[in-house]
Design a binder for this molecule. Structure first.
Ligand code: WTA
Length: 632
């Protein structure tokens, strides 16, 4: 509950005109209504805002927790709501996707054009033997075809599994193998800082390790020569010219709980897990959160700077904005290419009205100084957003003052791959405190609890949990329902465990502290220690490895690796470089350790678990704390 007392601490109040015209209902009223009748309120929204092929019988089925189901029995397809339905309105010729290449190539696709492309590619996929329920791996840079590919899969009821283009061979291989994809879609390369990321080469190497993929469709983007495996690899553009690429095919009518996509993410231990989201609930949640939090209107140009390969891109570059009939901007390249004002230049040239980005990017661009943004007219902006990690008040204030000119409230949205949509976030009318994600989204029962699952008092740190289901929640871990129960619902029965620690202040505002598990957030990217450790150990010089995150001013965390070398191997500076490159090659450049230290033993508990807490204390030169459970 928000108290009516004056708020404590440093508070920024929203501009009055913005609140008066905002999309969202009165926070207190809707939050209370949802807490009283969660299913009733979501049911009403789902009926009013979306088109269904057939109505559902039960809005929320909670008879088999934690396997919650939403809109049970309803027939729907997210693509019908994101594309098809707009064609019967004036939005038909409105720009859906506005794209800028790193080399300043420009493309825009109206709803009509995007729908046409999606139909053509969907019928190509069908002709390639992709059926309802089949998984398709998509591994591309930020180009319009990634959006087309995702929507084409969804249109025919196939399940996309997008692998971030910054991942590399082993990460890609593992995700293809786990999802058992028969078809993969990639590009010859991607542009990044004027250089080519050789996506097709990486795909080829990954496929050598897993021969299950029968067809690879390749988009030409960078134009360099690539190997095309006869009988397996086909050019996207060739296929799209064939008669099989029909320009208008019906959208598959699916069960509301039909799987929409898998997205792999790092968890506490072991290999990345495939988070499963479904058509109905995800659609309702993602569109509603975007509409209320970022107040999208028909004249907005929305820019989410994330990559489509992460949940932020799925929900808020692709599905959310298209469901709302908005114009969504996608930029291919690096924020500082060719100069540190590239983003501000894009905001100015395209008249971006709402900008959603990550603290790491803000901190990075802040370092170049105010002169770069100041040479651009940023007056089109009316709202700003942040996601991915806690934003430090200094970066918040710079973003607010230098980019938003003190006029634009900052929506600091806390959420996760698993949650599908924003969970703790301001609405445009919420008084803001720099560094706080503020309050739960209407209907979300978030809390901070102690080791026993009891709510803690104001300003006490504890586990962040969610105490009731929500439409866009993950449904399971694909292929591993036990792990779903184990990982998220076992620590405190009846509560969803987020993996984050947080505190709630006397006003009920949430302050996220960070992960309490083996997840490291590097530049907002979510990485698991296990994946990096196994990459290190896969090098013949390394016998054992342990990885931790240490604070880094721009990236949030940097990776610090401890390695025990195989007997007889010399610990040289050259080997450090070799191992860093090895991790980049196997997992991806983002996973490259910033530091590698060679050691002869690792602190472990008697049961053999590495004590990361001890390693962290050592790396930071701090007290190692209670060592009573240490093995030796
Ligand atoms: C962190 C990204 C503080 C958090 C959408 C969470 C945040 C993890 C915020 C999920 C925020 C995300 N403030 N921390 N506004 N947003 N996080 O799955 O640790 O890539 O658990 O989803 O990012 O990362 P993921």
């Amino acid at each position: 509950m928000v108290s009516t007392k004056p708020l404590t601490g440093e508070v920024y109040y929203p501009p009055e005109h913005l609140v008066r015209h905002a999309n969202h209902p009165d926070y207190e009223a809707i939050h209370q209504a949802m807490l009283t009748d969660l299913a009733g309120e979501w049911g009403r929204i789902a009926r009013e805002e979306f088109e269904w092929f057939a109505p559902w019988q039960k809005t929320l089925d909670d008879s088999n927790p934690p396997f919650y189901q939403w809109f049970v029995g309803g027939r729907v397809n997210i693509v019908h709501n994101a594309l098809d339905r707009h064609l019967n309105t004036w939005r038909r010729n409105k720009v859906a996707l506005l794209w800028e290449g790193e080399n300043y190539d420009q493309r825009s696709l109206t709803y009509h054009q995007l729908h046409r492309e999606v139909c053509r590619f969907a019928s190509v996929l069908r002709a390639m033997g992709v059926n309802k329920g089949d998984r398709v791996t998509i591994y591309m840079g930020r180009i319009p075809e990634i959006v087309v590919a995702m929507l084409a899969c969804a249109k025919i009821g196939a399940v996309h599994s997008v692998v971030y283009g910054g991942f590399s061979v082993e990460a890609l291989h593992g995700r293809i193998e786990d999802s058992q994809s028969k078809v993969a879609i990639t590009a010859d390369g991607a542009w990044l800082r004027g250089k080519i990321v050789p996506l097709k080469d990486i795909m080829d190497e990954a496929l050598q390790r897993s021969p299950t993929v029968q067809t690879v469709i390749v988009v030409r983007r960078t134009g360099q020569e690539v190997h095309m495996e006869p009988g397996r690899d086909l050019w996207y553009h060739d296929l799209m010219r064939l008669p099989i690429a029909e320009t208008c095919i019906p959208t598959e009518e699916l069960d509301a709980e039909h799987p929409l996509f898998l997205l792999y993410t790092s968890g506490t231990t072991g290999k990345p897990k495939a988070i499963l989201h479904t058509h109905g609930g995800y659609m309702v949640g993602v569109a509603t959160t975007l509409k209320w939090v970022f107040d999208l209107k028909d004249d907005d140009t929305w820019w989410c700077t994330a990559d489509p390969g992460w949940i932020t891109g799925h929900s808020y570059i692709v599905y959310g904005p298209l469901l709302l009939g908005a114009t969504t901007l996608m930029y291919e390249g690096a924020p500082n290419h060719p100069f540190p004002d590239r983003w501000w230049d894009i905001v100015e040239r395209h008249g971006v009205t709402v900008l959603y980005t990550a603290p790491t990017a803000i901190r990075g661009l802040m370092r170049f100084g105010d002169a770069w943004p100041n040479r651009h007219d940023l007056s089109s902006l009316r709202l700003l957003g942040s996601v991915g990690e806690p934003i430090n008040p200094e970066a918040w204030k710079w973003y607010h003052r230098v980019i938003g000119k003190g006029r634009c409230p900052i929506m600091d949205t806390w959420w996760q791959t698993e949650t599908g949509n924003f969970m703790i976030t301001p609405l445009p009318g919420t008084p803001l405190k720099p560094g706080s994600a503020t309050l739960p989204f209407p209907g979300v029962q978030a809390d901070v609890v102690d080791e026993e699952g009891r709510s803690v008092g104001p300003n006490e740190e504890g586990y962040l949990v969610i105490k009731s289901p929500w439409p866009a929640m993950l449904r399971t871990i694909y292929g591993d329902p036990d792990r779903y129960v184990q990982q998220y619902w076992s620590r405190f029965p009846g509560m969803y465990l987020t993996g984050d620690s947080a505190r709630k202040d006397e006003d009920g505002y949430f302050w996220i502290i960070g992960r309490v598990d083996d997840v490291i957030k590097v530049s907002g990217y979510r990485l698991g220690t296990a994946e990096i450790e196994s990459a290190l150990v896969s090098h013949p010089a390394v016998a054992e490895a342990a990885v931790i995150g240490v604070p880094d001013e721009v990236r949030g965390s940097a990776i610090y690796a401890y390695c025990i070398l195989v007997q007889g191997v010399e610990p040289t500076p050259r080997l450090v470089e070799t191992l860093r490159e090895h991790v980049a090659h196997e997992v991806g450049p983002i996973a490259k350790p910033a530091h590698i230290e060679f050691v002869t033993s690792l602190p472990k508990t008697r049961s053999g678990k590495i004590m990361r807490r001890v390693l962290k204390a050592r790396a930071l030169g701090m007290d190692e704390g209670d060592l009573s459970t240490l093995e030796e």
